[in-house]
Design a protein around this ligand. Structure first.
Ligand code: S3P
Length: 170
């Protein structure tokens, strides 16, 4: 990696942050930090069970703490949870110290991927219309990232290469 800034991947659940992040980090020979997995490690529970046992408010507190901790590191690829960048403290630190990439997809692509998913407590009970509204609302904030990658017409390698191109030419 040329610069020491972290690459941070943001976007809705189902946007591929984890799978893209893993490959990207291998290409750059740096560590990959998946914030959801770190939260699960610390709590010794799955994300769904954290929501079930302690509720969303508790999850958001842990998410903030863990995200801020890893965003202070350098030279990593980090995948935030879909709600991470919505938190203003997390977002501000990202904007200050990292290069953020929004993996943007058409709403219907995301909805088809996450509708009724048991692993996604935020949307499990939402109708397609409600998920659509959530995406619209969050997109206004995701827009505040450094780069928006429109992914629908790209394959995985093309998405990764686009991020690498931007990063390496910084
Ligand atoms: C959430 C997204 C999830 C996870 C939690 C809440 C959200 O992460 O952090 O279920 O609010 O969008 P992924 O985006 O990695 O699925």
């Amino acid at each position: 990696m040329k610069s020491k800034k972290n690459i941070v991947l943001i976007g809705m659940m189902g946007s591929g942050k984890s799978s893209i992040g893993k490959i990207l980090s291998k290409k750059l020979n740096v560590s990959f930090i998946d914030i959801d997995r770190k939260i699960e490690e610390v709590e010794s529970l799955s994300i769904s069970d954290i929501f079930k046992k302690n509720g969303e408010k508790y999850f958001r507190k842990i998410e903030e703490k863990i995200s801020l901790k890893y965003l202070k590191s350098e030279n990593n690829v980090i995948s935030l949870g879909g709600g991470g960048f919505i938190n203003s403290s997390i977002r501000k630190l990202c904007q200050k110290t990292c290069l953020s990439f929004w993996l943007n997809w058409k709403n219907e692509t995301i909805i088809n991927r996450i509708y009724k998913s048991k692993k996604r407590p935020v949307v499990i009970k939402l109708t397609k219309d409600k998920i659509n509204s959530l995406i619209k609302e969050r997109s206004k904030i995701y827009e505040l990232s450094n780069y928006k990658i429109n992914c629908d017409k790209l394959d995985k390698d093309q998405i990764i290469n686009r991020i690498l191109d931007i990063y390496e030419n910084k």
